[in-house]
Design a binder for this molecule. Structure first.
Ligand code: SAH
Length: 355
């Protein structure tokens, strides 16, 4: 049993079951035993690999996409270049390398990273030590200026609530203790006004996931872009409208049951892109959701891959070709991962996001 499991069991024994959101939040960011607070989870040594860690092309193409959007909006002289949950800082490093040649882009950019984990902040500082970088703890603290923002696999790490519909209403999935171990349970049934619209498309037994921080953050970002200009590109695994249990734990590149190793496994849930769009749309236009593979191909990944392949041979060439495939192939990340963009009224969507 993990240290965090012991602490949680003690707490639940005293005060009763906790929500799944509380459980997830503690698992990921408990100051002493939280998954992100204590380690570098990425890469072959870690528990999972993300798109920027697979290939430099991911960050390069998104960087050029943001730079093009900045040019189209009249190259504001000062803007915030932000990333939510930058992991090792690889995506931002690739963005910055690819945009070096865009006149004034770097001079105008105030690089701002939103990161909650002290361990990962350190790694980001090493990766980006050639640049002037500011860290903030949450989106509200991002300096007030036009905002050009990326978020890759950030929203999936935000705590969700799960609700199951039955004849009496919605029951929230809770984490309690049974036989001395953490176990799932459910609350009493209630009519939950925020879920009223889901009664039409849900049947008894259906499970719906709600991520309150995700919609709050989407609204904050969109409000900033609506008022000051900029664009946000959000990429994650998920789909349009949540239905069903997508809670998932990964440990050493293998699926784990979500209650088995709190603090030692990565816990995520699919992102509900409809919920993000609904939260944003009163502030900014929202692009159509598109698959990651399609976005990267529209941004020119095939040409970029070919150009990079020219200088490679043997194992490096094979790795490069397989990284290209992993990012775009429908059987790999190509369709499981989706992207959406927010952009200001009167502007065109960022390249790749037009209808
Ligand atoms: N974007 C990176 C890493 C994704 S992992 C990549 O693609 O490789 C999720 C990241 O979000 C980690 O850096 C984690 O520490 C951070 N994070 C998770 N919850 C957060 C929160 N509530 N506030 C700020 N950062 C958070």
């Amino acid at each position: 049993m993990t240290e965090l499991a012991k602490l949680m069991i003690e707490h639940i024994d005293k005060t009763g079951p906790i929500t799944l959101a509380e459980y997830m939040g503690e698992c990921l960011l408990h100051p002493k035993f939280g998954y992100y607070s204590t380690r570098d989870p990425f890469g072959t040594e870690g528990d999972f690999t993300t798109a920027p860690e697979i290939s430099q092309m991911f960050g390069e193409l998104l960087g050029l996409c943001l730079a093009q959007t900045w040019l189209e909006q009249g190259s504001p002289e000062v803007f915030v270049l932000a990333e939510l949950g930058p992991g090792r800082g690889t995506l931002m490093a690739d963005v910055l390398r690819a945009t070096k040649g865009v006149p004034n882009f770097h001079a105008a950019a105030r690089i701002t990273l939103v990161e909650a984990s002290p361990a990962l902040k350190k790694i980001q500082a090493e990766t980006l030590n050639d640049y002037d970088v500011t860290w903030v703890g949450n989106v509200e603290e991002i300096p007030d200026a036009p905002l050009f923002l990326l978020a890759n696999e950030f929203f999936d790490a935000l705590p969700i609530h799960q609700y199951i519909l039955d004849d009496d209403g919605w029951r929230e999935r809770l984490v309690g203790v049974a036989d001395g171990e953490l176990a799932f349970g459910a609350s009493a049934a209630a009519d939950l006004p925020p879920l009223a619209n889901r009664r039409k498309d849900c049947r008894n037994g259906d499970l719906v996931e709600v991520c309150a921080p995700a919609t709050a953050i989407a609204a904050q970002i969109a409000a900033r872009i609506g008022a000051r200009g900029g664009a946000a590109i959000i990429i994650d695994y998920g789909d349009w409208r949540s239905l069903g249990d997508t809670l998932q734990a990964l440990r050493n590149h293998e699926f784990d049951t979500p209650l088995a190793h709190p603090g030692q496994a990565d816990i995520t849930a699919h992102v509900d892109f409809e919920a993000l769009a609904v939260a944003a749309v009163s502030h900014t236009p929202v692009s159509k959701m598109i698959a990651q593979g399609e976005l990267l191909q529209r941004l020119g990944i095939d040409q970029r891959a070919e150009a990079l392949a020219q200088g490679l041979e043997g194992v490096s060439l094979e790795n490069h070709l397989s990284a290209h495939r992993r990012l775009i192939d429908p059987t790999e990340m190509g369709t499981l991962f989706k992207a959406i963009a927010f952009y200001p009224n009167g502007s065109t969507p960022p390249p790749g996001f037009s209808q």
